[in-house]
Write a protein that binds this ligand. Structure first.
Ligand code: ASP
Ligand code: MG
Length: 414
């Protein structure tokens, strides 16, 4: 059972979490619990680091930001004990959860779940584990897993103790066809395949950290997204609660063409105009961006007409826009292009569904529907189970709503 920041926002909410845990142990289930920091805490800790020094030691950043989870794990253990549930808190270094030394975005390498299982079996002691953090074995330093990393902690723990399921309790009751704040007729999906969830999470849906989904697929941990705001007492621990199961494609009987629509306004477009059309140019551009740790997403390059020059367009996170243009401007003569164009008021809208693999014309229907709404498309990319379009940010909501209806995702009554 994993509980996010809003679910442990104050002592009252932590009591609510404890009742969810007690419900499961009372029903005879063996559980381990992973918690996030209280909502807002990690942001504040990050802010303090920046205030102390804009460029700071990443090892100290981790020492600081890992503290939020230490607090909630201890608090939940206290509240559980007070309710008569035997409980003990665990920090990442105590289990241990071993990670790489990439401070600030470390990867989990190994988790020891033996003690968790043993203590539950011997004395029904529930482990309350601080999410988001681990330890690098060689240096002995505390590490953190990147923002939203408690999801990944939870999946890794679930794999280590061979859990039947990893329940992610959050402030929404599952994964929706798109953001219900934009499309009130969005509906909750009962099941989503790992591959689709991976796309949804990377393309803008914020329910789960992408790495958690990746790890779930690799370790074969079924992930169940559910609400912590449902009253613990109202839930029958032996019935199917409302939520979304992230599982393998084979488990999904009811298949549809499109599963969901994700969007992100945190995009920026960069066009490199009249770049030399010769081997090594793309490598030179994207190599420089990779060296600067800038993640490039959509890439479109035209076939040149004259064989001499062509245009190359791609997107980067909006936050990296200034850095990216800086890198490319400095290397202008080394790369060899005429000029750089860019825009930050753009949005990426993505349509995802593994039904697309075996059906033609899914994307062309979208282009037609968007044209009818006079929405101009700047760039298009496709893969096996999704396509993404880049449009002016002002049209994001209209585009998402149009596509949501087009693919029959609107629920009957809003
Ligand atoms: N507390 C961390 C964050 O806010 C980790 C998490 O909540 O998943 O990013
Ligand atoms: Mg989260």
């Amino acid at each position: 059972m994993k509980f996010g920041g809003t679910s442990v926002a104050d002592i009252d909410r932590i009591r609510n979490v404890a009742r969810h845990v007690k419900r499961e142990t009372d029903a005879g289930h063996e559980v381990a619990v992973v918690v996030s920091a209280m909502s807002g805490t990690t942001n504040r800790l990050v802010e303090w680091c920046r205030e102390a020094a804009p460029l700071h030691d990443a090892r100290e950043y981790d020492a600081i930001v890992a503290s939020g989870e230490q607090v909630t794990s201890g608090l939940l253990a206290i509240v559980l004990q007070e309710m008569g549930v035997n409980a003990r808190s665990w920090q990442g270094w105590q289990l241990p959860i071993l990670t790489s030394d990439a401070h600030g975005s470390a990867r989990i390498l190994a988790v020891n779940g033996d003690e968790i299982v043993k203590r539950f079996q011997e004395r029904k002691e529930v482990a309350v584990i601080a999410g988001f953090q681990g330890i690098h074995k060689e240096t002995g330093r505390i590490t953190t897993l990147g923002r939203g990393g408690s999801d990944t902690s939870a999946v890794a723990i679930a794999a280590a103790i061979k859990a039947d399921r990893c329940d992610i309790y959050t402030d929404v009751d599952g994964v929706y066809t798109t953001d219900p704040r934009v499309v009130p007729r969005a509906h909750r999906l009962d099941k989503v395949a790992f591959e689709e969830m991976l796309e949804l999470a990377s393309l803008g849906a914020k329910v789960l950290q992408v790495r958690a989904v990746e790890l779930g697929a690799i370790q074969q941990v079924r992930i169940f997204v559910r609400s912590s705001f449902d009253k613990p007492e109202d839930i029958d621990p032996n019935a199917e609660p409302p939520g979304t199961l992230i599982c393998f494609e084979e488990e999904i009987v009811e298949q549809h063409l499109v599963t969901g629509i994700a969007f992100s306004k945190d995009e920026a477009q960069i066009s490199v105009r009249r770049v030399q059309d010769k081997p090594g140019v793309a490598a030179s551009i994207f190599g420089r961006l990779a060296d600067a740790n800038i993640n490039v997403d959509m890439i479109v390059q035209n076939v040149s007409e004259n064989g001499a020059t062509t245009d190359l367009t791609f997107t980067v996170p909006e936050a990296d826009y200034a850095r990216a243009t800086d890198v490319l401007t400095k290397a202008k003569s080394a790369i060899g292009y005429e000029k750089l164009d860019g825009a930050t008021d753009v949005a990426k809208v993505s349509v995802i569904g593994f039904g697309m693999r075996s059906h033609a014309g899914v994307a062309s229907e979208a282009f037609k529907a968007l044209a009818e709404k006079k929405i101009n498309i700047r760039a298009i990319t496709t893969s096996e189970i999704k396509f993404s379009i880049l449009i002016d940010a002002a049209y994001t909501e209209l585009a998402v709503r149009t596509l949501h209806s087009l693919y029959g995702l609107d629920k009957a009554s809003a």
